[in-house]
Design a protein around this ligand. Sequence first.
Ligand code: ASP
Length: 344
Amino acid sequence: MRIHVTYAGGTIGMVDSPGGLRPGADLEGWLRRQLDGIEASHTISVSALDPLIDSAEATPGDWQAIADDIRVHAPAADAFIVLHGTDTMAYTSSALSYALADLGRPVVLTGSQCPLGVVGSDASPNVTGALRAAMSGRAQGTTLFFGHLLLAGNRVTKTSSWAFNGFDSPAVPPLARTGGPWRWGGPPSPGTSWESPKPFTAHDVAVINVVPGMSGARLRAMLSPAPDAVVLRCFGVGNIPASQPGLVPALAALHEAGAPLVVASQCHQAEVVLGHYEAGGALAGLGAISAHDMTLEAVYAKTVFLLSQGLRGEEFAAWMNRSIAGELTAPQDGAHDHHGPARP
Ligand code: ASP
């Protein structure tokens, strides 16, 4: 089994500096020492992105650089590991799940809360766990290994800034838990895939949290000038304070400008059902698109991905409602979402 490791940056390979933690550890040397003696050590290749980044700095261009590195090494590898900072790892793993949906080989992302040189660091168990997942023959698509769990890469969210079990997939169970032996769950959710995707390009996507008593004037100001798309993080199943003066007209103006409005929930575990309450019905009337049970990370990366593919209007909505790589659970036909756009 040939494994290619793409090192993108993150705490795992950082060292102390007067200005705080920054990339600088000899990660490749450390990795070689970790793998010394295991059966796959001589079939592992490593490349590093230049520059290495704190993942807080990651852009869609960096998602693309990682996807490109994987495609370049694809002819000579059976599985891939990406070493990445934890802050935006869930965004990158979601993005890669779409961009590499047609790869046909497993990609496992991991990182750590502590740098590799620290006694008691989680770097070693996370990297060896990711390696084991990649070599298992059971992992499919893009996954994320962290804190003894293998999770679907487009279902994850970072839940702790310090805990070693710092990621969760609120809408679906873990794919596997470590142990002797590992316990594997059911297969990941299906998706329709995406052949030969165009590269990620930069897009102005506004993510807005609705708050109690939000004024129409504030929302209108946040939407000026009109972004390429909006992810509106609403309450519960997709509710807004619709009776606040000017709030719905601000969203109507966005609709008229042709920018997709995707309705997500602020709940950690959610299923957006537009029109379930009167307070959310106004959104359905504006042609808003449900994020279903997608995480914010999955829906943000998907919005950028679909815009990068040149999709707008009905086509954008149809693909937002359709699973590309298992990122959403489609509601039962006709059970919810009476006012949303027709699912393909
Ligand atoms: N700021 C770091 C990063 O995301 C945090 C980490 O890796 O844990 O790159």
